[in-house]
Write a protein that binds this ligand. Structure first.
Ligand SMILES: Cc1cc2nc3c(=O)[nH]c(=O)nc-3n(C[C@H](O)[C@H](O)[C@H](O)COP(=O)(O)O)c2cc1C
Ligand SMILES: [Mn+2]
Length: 487
């Protein structure tokens, strides 16, 4: 497929969840699963699917104990079709595209009605448990129907509509919690309603075009409406309907939307969590969160919810964060660090813990510049742990090569910096109970300079390996005769 057609098809897939599923079926990347148990079994099947680097899109149907017409789709942003190859070229392409500038935002277009309003349940008939509400992980404190969900709110002081992704737990048929960390836009907005003694109106979408989940997770500036950004990415406005009870915009083609009120915490709370989180632990535990009352459930016929619970980052299908690596590379260049040949996030560290920078060393102290910036820049500042700086001959997308660089070029005593008091967060498993209790959400960082020391690099023992050019020449000559050279 040529690049233009591929891009058009990808845009169509992110613009509409049903189209997304159809396209993946056509590409042979859809796995339908019938009759799974939402209590742990769906979560286990999901984890097993992530043992592949490019897991199939999973479509769960006829989920045990739920409305038989409701479905759950998983792996909406990891398919081979959507992400292509995961390598340094992908990081570079991402950077170049970003440099061309983001598409101009396109505000949503209001329409009178849409498929999301085809079915509406209000008042006493509201029962979130009718629809899939999986308990994803073994130690979760309850079912989480909302993982990659959209939490849509209106700022009471302006026209700002904010869309954020915050996990949503079900507590009884019409009560949920929405775990919004302090400072997130959703938190800022709800506090304004509470300060006036009011509940905060909110819409929670539990299934929607993948592009919307893509913007709900990004920290745009306050005042920016994520629906406008998504419109810009699609090149057309998102159609919205006004929520009949709240007046909050709901994507007209959303699969399911709950109209709710977030009660002030002094009025009613529920114990939220624990929940298996992306670092691979239940680190934020369980605590009181404000109760959220569901006043209406709107849904399409045969609704499709999205399930995207966190899992431990060692699973290959939780692959590396191309955009995060690109952002650190941009920061290094912006800070004037020369000679950077690559930036990568080792998968085991999830999106944050382990960053690797490759440089072509130009002068003494060069590796240190790279390590300090890659550790302290905004793109890496939050919840980092290890920064590894290596020479340009190391394939930083290969964890074994990075470990080899550490094993053979790194002297722990003389090629290490440890920096304390850095920015961390509740999900960091190493935070002690004392630190959590006092709000000291900081951790330390290690920078490992796994490079040949610059001042004697020419005397450093030579690497024992067939040169890549010669290897290619030999492979070409022998590939017809040697089975292991054929792919
Ligand atoms: C699948 C997924 C789940 C998330 N869950 C939460 C969550 O439970 N609480 C939270 O505060 N942030 C969560 N985030 C991160 C927020 O979505 C992210 O910080 C985003 O910027 C929030 O929107 P805002 O900037 O408009 O507040 C999650 C992100 C993803 C991708
Ligand atoms: Mn926002």
């Amino acid at each position: 497929m040529n690049d233009d057609r591929l891009n058009d098809e990808r845009t169509a897939a992110i613009g509409d969840l049903r189209e997304f599923i159809r396209i993946h079926e056509a590409h042979g990347e859809l796995q339908v699963i019938e009759g799974a148990d939402p209590h742990h079994e769906m979560g286990a099947i999901y984890e097993l699917s992530l043992e592949d680097l490019h897991p199939p899109v999973l479509l769960f149907k006829a989920i045990k104990g739920c409305d038989p017409t409701a479905r759950v789709v998983m792996n909406v942003r990891t398919s081979k079709f959507m992400v292509g190859d995961l390598d340094l070229d992908a990081v570079m392409t991402y950077r170049l595209k970003k440099r061309e500038g983001s598409p101009d935002p396109i505000p949503p277009r209001e329409v009178n009605t849409g498929p999301v309003l085809d079915n509406s349940i209000e008042g006493d008939d509201v029962d979130i448990y009718r629809f899939p509400h999986p308990v994803w992980h073994g130690e979760d404190g309850g079912p989480y129907p909302g993982t990659e969900c959209l939490v849509i709110m209106k700022d009471p002081d302006s026209d700002w509509i904010n869309v954020g992704t915050y996990r949503t737990q079900a507590h009884d048929k019409n009560t949920i919690t929405v775990f919004t960390e302090p400072g997130k836009h959703g938190d800022q907005i709800r506090r304004k309603y509470w300060a006036r003694g009011e509940a905060c109106p909110v819409v929670v979408c539990l299934g929607q075009a993948p592009v919307l989940g893509g913007v709900g997770r990004v920290a745009y500036a306050p005042g920016v409406c994520e629906l406008d950004i998504a419109g810009g990415q699609l090149g057309r406005p998102i159609d919205i309907v006004k929520g009949p009870l709240t007046g909050i915009p709901i994507p007209a083609h959303a699969e399911m939307a709950l109209e709710c009120r977030i009660l002030p915490p002094e009025e009613e709370t529920r114990v939220e969590g624990p929940f298996g989180e992306w670092p691979g632990y239940y680190a934020s535990g369980a605590r009181d969160e404000p109760a959220v009352k569901i006043d209406a459930i709107h849904h399409r016929d045969d609704p499709i919810m999205i399930g995207q619970p966190p899992v431990r980052p060692t699973l290959p299908g939780r692959h590396t964060h191309i955009g995060g690596a690109a952002a650190i590379w941009d920061a290094l260049e912006a800070a004037g660090v020369p000679g950077v040949t690559g930036v990568w996030k080792l998968a085991a560290g999830g999106s944050r813990f382990i960053n690797v920078v490759a440089i072509k060393q130009l002068h003494a102290g060069h590796a240190k510049m790279a390590g300090l910036v890659a550790t302290g820049c905004g793109a890496a500042g939050f919840m980092g742990r290890l920064t590894v700086v290596v020479d340009e001959d190391i394939d930083i997308t290969n964890a074994a090569e990075v470990m080899w660089a550490l094993a053979t070029r790194w002297d722990p005593k003389t090629q290490t910096d440890i920096i304390d008091g850095c920015w961390s967060g509740n999900l960091d498993p190493t935070l002690s109970p004392e630190k959590r209790a006092t709000g000291n959400l900081t951790n330390s960082r290690i920078i490992m300079y796994a490079v040949r020391p610059y001042h004697w690099k020419d005397a450093f023992p030579q690497v024992n390996m067939v040169s890549r050019d010669y290897a290619a020449e030999v492979a070409e000559k022998w590939k017809d005769k040697l089975k292991f050279l054929q792919d």
